[in-house]
Each structure stands twice: as structure tokens, then as C-alpha cells.
Write a protein that binds this ligand. Sequence first.
Ligand code: ADP
Ligand code: ZN
Length: 529
Amino acid sequence: NLAPSASSLAEAQHVLEDVFGYKAFRLHQAGIIETLLSGGDVLALMPTGGGKSLCYQIPALVRAGTGLVVSPLIALMQDQVDALREAGVRAAFLNSSQDWREQAAIEQSLIAGDLDLLYVAPERLVQERTLSLLERASIALFAIDEAHCVSQWGHDFRPEYRQLRILAERFPRVPRIALTATADDRTRDEIARELSLERAHRFVASFDRPNIRYTIAEMGSMSARERLWSFLSAEHPADAGIVYCLSRKSVEETADWLNRKGRPALAYHAGLPPELRREHQARFLKEDGIVMVATIAFGMGIDKPDVRFVAHLNLPRSLEAYYQETGRAGRDGEPANAWLAYGMQDIVQQKHWINASEGSDAYKRTQSQKLDALVGLCETTSCRRQLILAYFSETRAEPCGNCDNCLNPPQTTDGTELARKALSAVYRTEQRFGVGYLIDVLTGKDNERAIRNSHDRLSVWGIGKTEDAAVWRSLFRQLVARGLLVTDDEGHGTLALTEEARPLLRGEETFRMRLAPAREKKSREKRAS
Ligand code: ADP
Ligand code: ZN
């Protein structure tokens, strides 16, 4: 590879100042730009808000020819192009929202060399017609944004992305850069492999988002919605934010519920008509203090800097998905909250979906591991940020001081006895029941089904009367999170023992358990009111 000339580096600095109005490059921007200017390929992993766009926009301006940007979201192209044009950049996009006349005009300016940047959807780019058009033009570079869409294990998989490897074959001399804000090691390698970027220079920025405070609430006696309400009233009475729900139905119900309580909220999911989705998105971006209640259909690439919170009313699919969704908060660097409430039902549901999916066994295993990593994050008693960063292969020496576990270290206690009782209840009832039933057995609660099953005659019947249901529920979750129990594949919530449970049952191991905060919190709230 040729080194970029000193003059092109100086030019990059000028463009940074004159076109974009910034004084200095951020970490990795200069290195990435330098690599592209010298004709090298790049795989850039930088968190949301890290400044990925400049990494390809500036070299596109400095190098001869047009920079081609592949972006999965047609809706976003318009905004990006508008912003660039305002800065005096000759930018355009090509997509199906334009009539053929507009498209022809843009194709002509591409051939004439009148464009600095051209945004295209992946399915459009890989069409033979587009490829031969590009061969007649002068191309400065290819930028593949949201490159994790190439990962079939990922939550944003787009099959068209896999076809983008053709760019390496058809344009071997044009530098390429793939960018993403989320990728664990496996996904990184998959991106490199699928896009023929094995030999690209990798730039990995820290994934830490220090201004985001992570809080993960156990579902106690209060419903998730009531918990959400106390979180919103206490921390964000008038801020804009996103509330994620799993189903379209609960999106609509939660939005209605917030509106009835006097909180302006809008719904967003794939089942709404496109015009309404666009209108809601536009209002969320423009108006102050709107709560967007949405499924994960909402969010990728939404560039609203002052989203002050992202709340999850259900468990996301993986730690990566959680990281990416919460990453939409606080892009402006100001303090923001990531808040999640979850219960055992979420784990059961997700496991069921994984097993009901069409994927191969390997696929299901991977998804299941990704979910387990998230459950582990939920149940950890140590710093959440350290765990999140560790998942992205980043070591952080000190606890962060800005997550719930750092701010309010959870109380732990010797839970060996209780854990043994819980595991015994699972075993004695032949590993055929879910948490609710098991708790009834442990607490000896009148239960027709239990009596019909003669479970009231078991030695475990009522041996857990000392604790209330919330404690047991929390303990069962911790046992699942630490792999001593597993839920079934069919979504019934049936719990079974694993090998990991043996040493504890045999008395060879002890079990530290986190105290269920329910009782403690309730009394705190009573005191406060
Ligand atoms: P990403 O795509 O990584 O989420 P963006 O490219 O949208 O991030 O950049 C996030 C914000 O940071 C934008 O407002 C951008 O203008 C700003 N930014 C990028 N690079 C710099 C820089 N070198 N100096 C100051 N601000 C920058
Ligand atoms: Zn922490």
C-alpha cells in the first residue's frame, strides 16, 4: 500500500475544519482516513455517536471520484444527504422513493463526476445495472454502513448484505470500509469473511458509553408498567425517550396507557401504516419530550442526540441487542438512562422463539448463548458496565460507578439452603413444572393441581414457607442465570436440573444469592411517600 501523500492528509484536516467545522479528529478517525486515502480497506468498530460518518465522508471528498455509501435505511438517506448539502457537499441518494426521471438525473451526475457522495440501498447496489453504471463512473471508495447486517446470527440480518462481497471482485482497486456500532468477536469475523475484508485494517474504539447509566430491575410484585411509571416520574418527567416492548399489542397498550396518564407517547411498530410510522418518527425527532413506545422495528440509525432514556419492558434478544438499543440514549454525551425490567417469563418466551425459529441447530445454540449472556448481565451482582465491555472483549479494571450495582451494591446472602430446597422441589416434582407451580409447592399453597398430583404429600411440600413468593421467584431466576436450571424448549416454562446443579445438591458447593429487592424497595417507597 502506498502511504497517503502529506498533502492529502493536510487536505483531510482542511475538510474537517472547513466543511464540517471541527478542529480535531476523534480517536481512530485520522487513522481510518489515512488508511483509506492510501488505498487500504478498513473494518471500523465504533460505538454509536463515535463519529463514524466522517471516516468515509472526508476521504470521499479528498479522493478523486464519488464515495458510494451503502446504507440499509432508505428513510435515513434523505436526512443525511440534506445535512451534507447544507455543508456544501455534493451529495445525493438513489432509491425507490424517486421517480425514474430523478434517478436518471442522479445517474448522469455520477457519470459526469459531479457527486462527492452517493447513498444507495444494498439491494440496489448489487443489481447488475447499478454495477455496470458504477464501472463507467469514477469511484473514490465504498462505505458499508451498519455492516453487522451481514451477520446471519445477528438481530438485523439483511440477506442483501451478503451479496456486497461482489464489490471486492468487481472493484478490486477501490478501497472499502465497513462500519458498525455493534459486533462481538464472532460477528466481527463474520463481517470480515462475508465482505472479503479479512485483510482490512481493523480499528476498534472503546465501546464504553460512560454517560449511560445502566439499571436492570427485577420484576417484583409491581407490574413492569407500574415500574416504568415510577422510573419515568422520578427520573424523566418531561424528557424524550424510547420504551421498547416485545409485541405490537403491548406497544399500543403501553402508548395508550402513558397518554391516559398524561404523558405524550407515540406508538411505532411494523404493523402500522408507513405514513403513520413516518409521522410518529418525525414528531419524535422534532417535538420535545415525546416518549416513543416501539418494537425493535424502531431505532436503527435514528439520529436524535437528546434521547434521555431507553427503557425495556421485556428482555431483548441478546446482550448485543441490548447494547445497541440502549446505545440510542445520550448520543449528545449528556447523562442518560438505560432501564430494563424483566422477569422469568421473558426468558421462557425468548427460548421458545429461538427453538421455534427455522434456523439450524448451530444457529439455535448461538442464539441461546447470546440470550444467556444477557440473562447473566441481568442477574450479576457486580458492575454491569464491566460485564458489557467484557462481552465486547474489552477489559475495564475498575467498576464504573454509574450503574445500579455500583451505586446500590446488591445485598447478597448465603442462599445454599434455599437453593437446595428450590432444586429439590424441581427434582421431586419430576422436572415437569414451571416457576409458579414450584413456588406453590414450596410455600405449601392450596392448589388444586398440586393436590391432584399428590404433591402435597411430598417432603418438599411447604418447606419454603419462610420466604414469600418474590424471594423464590428471584432465586429461580438466579438459578437459571447461573445455569443450574434450564427452561424447556417449547415455551411452557418447565424447569429442569442441569449437571451444574449436582454439586450443590450433594452439599459440595454453596450458593451466594442476591436478595430480592422487592420487600426492601417497598418499605423504602412507603417511607418516601
Ligand atoms: P456514528 O455514526 O458513529 O453514530 P456520527 O458520525 O453520527 O456517529 O457522529 C456523531 C456526532 O459527532 C455527530 O454530531 C458528528 O458531527 C460529531 N463528530 C464526529 N466527528 C467529530 C469530530 N472530530 N469533532 C467533533 N464532533 C464530531
Ligand atoms: Zn458499574
